[in-house]
Structures are given as structure tokens and as C-alpha cells.
Design a protein around this ligand. Structure first.
Ligand code: ATP
Length: 228
């Protein structure tokens, strides 16, 4: 599903690499935590998968395409296979829960009939049945993150990328969000999640990739947050 082949990324004008010689594979349906200190390269790793940047060196295969050479005009097609969730939710202001989720399908040209069927189904899946008419800003942080997850997942992407999705939530709410990501993962969706949340990583016991100064220093199955 995803393969890094000796991937190095330098930002323009920088002398040290944000990522250096990364080699790894992530299979379909895996759940992977990406950990490491601030500045270790986690966001860069995710942004390369999203093809926000190209690798400076090496090859990066995502869903059968080499992103190092992929034409720019094919990027939207690639992104449709991915959902993205952020720490700060990023809901559309002034829009209802339903509208936030429906919008993700409208922009890719899905017919209204399908939207009217799939949005309520997805809201139910994330535990927001009956809340479609509420405005995003009226919801709690945990509920807003559920909307963001519904929006990311409504098109049934192959890969869900989450950048610190529990970073703004209290521990109990975070556990609920993790249960939801786990349920999504069980539908064969590959989940890659950058996090600083040790207790969640330690509870879930999934594959852990640790970056340090742009290098992959640990790749542990059923891993924990810190090195034992
Ligand atoms: N647009 C950019 N231009 C130049 N340097 C950048 C840019 N984005 C990130 N960097 C640098 O690349 C390195 C890796 O940053 P990155 O944001 O990937 O780390 P991170 O692990 O996601 O950090 P955090 O946990 O704080 O989000 C850092 O040294 C950072 O300063």
C-alpha cells in the first residue's frame, strides 16, 4: 500500500534533512503510530504520503503510484484515496454537521441521491446519529473530531492519515476517538497516526515507527510509545 525506498526530504534552503534515508513498507489494513519528538519529521512523513511535497531523493509508492514521479494533474485522484484528520478538527465554519460531511462528497462530484444516503450512514458510524443539523461550533471537541473523521471517511478512502487527532482532547474523549479509528481500521482502511500521546500508543499496541532527527530509529510491531 505504501513503500518508502530510501526517501530523503530536504526543505528548500535547509542544510539538514527533515527525513533521511527512510525505508519501510506499510501494508493494506495496517494501523501504524508515528512517534518522535517535535521536529523529528512526523508531519513531513505524512505530507510526503499526501504528496504535498515530493521526496528530494528516493521513491515513494502509495496505492500503486510512485509519488516521486507522479504528474501533478494526477494528485487529486491520488488524494481521493486518502482521508485526513487534524488536531484542530478544521470543520467548515457556519456549516452543519451534515453539510461538513456532505461537502467532501460534493467536491468530488458525487450525486445528491448517494450523498443523502451515505452521509447519515457515516454519521451513525461515528456516533453522531441525529446530530446532522447541529452547527460544528456548537459541538464538544470530541464531537467535532467525530465530524472530521466522518468527513475523512465518508468516501471510504484506502488510507486514513491522522496528525495528532487526540491532541486537543481529554483522555476519556481520546479513548472514544481511538475506538472509532480502530473500527475504521477494521474495515481494511490503513491508518497512519502521528501522536505524542503515550497512553494511547501503550493501550493500543499497534505497529510503532519512531523518528529521531529525520531518521527511522524504531519499527516495532505491537509497540509502545517509549523504548522499553
Ligand atoms: N516548510 C518547511 N520549511 C523548512 N523547514 C521545515 C518546514 N517544515 C518542517 N521543517 C523542518 O523539518 C524538520 C521536521 O519537521 P516536522 O514538522 O516534520 O516535524 P514533526 O515531527 O512533525 O514535529 P511536531 O511534532 O512538532 O509536529 C524540522 O527541523 C522542521 O523545522
Amino acid at each position: 500500500m505504501i513503500k518508502f525506498e530510501d526517501v530523503t526530504k530536504f526543505y528548500p534552503g535547509q542544510e539538514t534533512a527533515a527525513l533521511r534515508n527512510i525505508n519501510l513498507e506499510i501494508d493494506k489494513g495496517e494501523f501504524v503510530f508515528l512517534v518522535g519528538q517535535s521536529g523529528s519529521g512526523k508531519s513531513t512523513f505524512l505530507r510526503l504520503i499526501l504528496r504535498e511535497y515530493r521526496p528530494t531523493k528516493g521513491n515513494l509508492y502509495v496505492a500503486g503510484k510512485n509519488l516521486a514521479t507522479l504528474n501533478q494533474w494526477k494528485v487529486p485522484q491520488l488524494r481521493r484515496q486518502m482521508g485526513m484528520v487534524f488536531q484542530d478538527f478544521r470543520l467548515l465554519p457556519g456549516k452543519t454537521v451534515y453539510e461538513n460531511v456532505a461537502f467532501a462528497l460534493q467536491v468530488i462530484g458525487k450525486p445528491n441521491k448517494l450523498i443523502r444516503r451515505i452521509v447519515p450512514e457515516t454519521l451513525e458510524l461515528v456516533g453522531l446519529a441525529g446530530k446532522g443539523d447541529r452547527l460544528g461550533e456548537e459541538l464538544s471537541g470530541g464531537e467535532q473530531q467525530r465530524v472530521a473523521i466522518a468527513r475523512a471517511f465518508v468516501n471510504r478512502p484506502k488510507i486514513l492519515i491522522a496528525d495528532e487527532p487526540t491532541g486537543n482532547l481529554d483522555p476519556e474523549t481520546s479513548v472514544g476517538i481511538m475506538k472509532l479509528l480502530d473500527r475504521i481500521n477494521r474495515t481494511e482502511t490503513t491508518v497512519i497516526m502521528a501522536t505524542h500521546d503515550a497512553s494511547i500508543v501503550d493501550q493500543m499496541r499497534r505497529r510503532v515507527l519512531e523518528l529521531r532527527n529525520g531518521e527511522l530509529v524504531r519499527d516495532q510491531s505491537k509497540g509502545i510509545y517509549g523504548t522499553a
